[in-house]
Design a binder for this molecule. Structure first.
Ligand SMILES: [Zn+2]
Ligand SMILES: [Zn+2]
Length: 343
């Protein structure tokens, strides 16, 4: 296929430019050209675009790593996909050869390449991806549900570590998209009470509507006391979906509780007392991406056991994308999804 397409390109610090670029061409034997149906806006995109950036994207790269679409063309060695198939992208490509890959922990790969950060992603009409980065989705799955698959697979990585038993109480710090996906998944998994912790008035209201049993604003009430008043002894499972809340997470965990550090904040530091971990036998578990959880995430979306569409507050065309991302970065909204063919 020839010609040009619209794409959202990371140009420089804080600058996402929507402009015409060439439609990518299938060259390698493992290349797959995909017509993008939908691509979620991730917290990572917001951190790429922060000034100064919190995480580095390569200049000139097309952002967007939470996409689903339809196969248009395949390279000569691609046997598992053919034009017309629908796919979701698994955006983090491990090298397959480093020690961590060899030990079965590809999420900790030392030479990871990320689609929509290091190489071109899905905020565009078309994207090129290697076949190994694609996973099939059904013809029936709505594109806007499909746009949640990557975030959901990451959340499932944390849920797996949390090993929640039905009835156990949960505290989720941060009611952004990740926190809200945790809310829905843990509720579905049989959590007892789920308490969310948030300071933004908009997000507090939204989290209530999405099914949080309680939302505590730590700027208005004592967090530890509020959680104890609801749960008695504290939460069995605590998720830090912000990335800077470990001290708060430890204060609301029950003795023997599990704390999942999920949010990514490269600058946050906190002070903790090791004795609180030792004496209360807290388990603090970091969670990054997840290992081989795409099939489970796709199955959950296809079965409809949990639905995420109501988390979408921003349905954006490519032209609307920069302004939409700025709004989401300011906390005025939950999940944004870009539909490149929307005009
Ligand atoms: Zn993401
Ligand atoms: Zn590796």
């Amino acid at each position: 296929m020839h010609g040009t397409m619209l794409a959202a390109v990371f140009e420089d610090e804080g600058r996402l430019a929507v402009r015409e670029v060439p439609i990518p061409v299938v060259r390698g034997p493992h290349d797959v050209l995909i017509k993008i149906e939908a691509c979620g806006v991730c917290g990572t995109d917001i951190r790429f675009l922060a000034v100064p950036p919190v995480i580095q994207a390569r200049k000139g790269v097309i952002l967007g790593h939470e996409y689903v679409g339809q196969v248009v063309e395949v390279g000569t060695d691609v046997l598992q996909f053919q034009p017309g198939d629908r796919v979701a992208v698994i955006p983090d490509l491990p090298c397959g050869r480093c020690q961590f890959c060899a030990e079965g922990r590809p999420n900790l790969c030392e030479r990871m390449v990320s689609i929509g950060g290091d190489i071109d992603g899905g905020f565009a009409h078309y994207a090129l991806a290697p076949a190994r980065a694609l996973y099939p989705i059904s013809a029936e799955l709505p594109a806007e549900e499909g746009a949640f698959v990557e975030l959901l697979s990451c959340v499932l990585g944390g849920v797996q570590k949390a090993a929640l038993l039905p009835g156990e109480d949960v505290v989720i710090l941060g009611a952004g998209p990740a926190g809200l996906v945790y809310l829905k998944v843990l509720k579905t998994a049989g959590a007892g009470r789920v308490i969310m912790v948030e300071v933004s008035p908009w997000r507090i209201e939204f989290a209530r509507r999405m099914g949080a049993d309680e939302v505590v604003n730590p700027q208005k009430e004592d967090l530890r006391g509020a959680v104890r008043a609801i749960t008695g002894k504290g939460a069995h499972v605590v998720v830090d979906a912000v990335g800077s809340q470990l001290t708060a997470a430890m204060s609301v965990a029950r003795k023997g509780g599990r704390i999942i550090v999920f949010g990514e904040d490269h600058k946050a530091e906190c002070t903790i007392r090791p004795q609180d971990i030792q004496g209360q036998e807290l388990r603090i578990l970091g969670s990054f991406i997840g290992i081989h959880l795409f099939p489970k995430a796709v199955k959950m979306l296809e079965s409809g056991v949990v639905r995420f569409q109501d988390l979408i507050t921003h349905r954006l065309s490519l032209t609307d994308l920069p302004a939409g991302i700025a709004e989401l970065a300011a906390g005025h909204g939950a999940k944004g999804v870009c539909f490149p063919w929307l005009s």
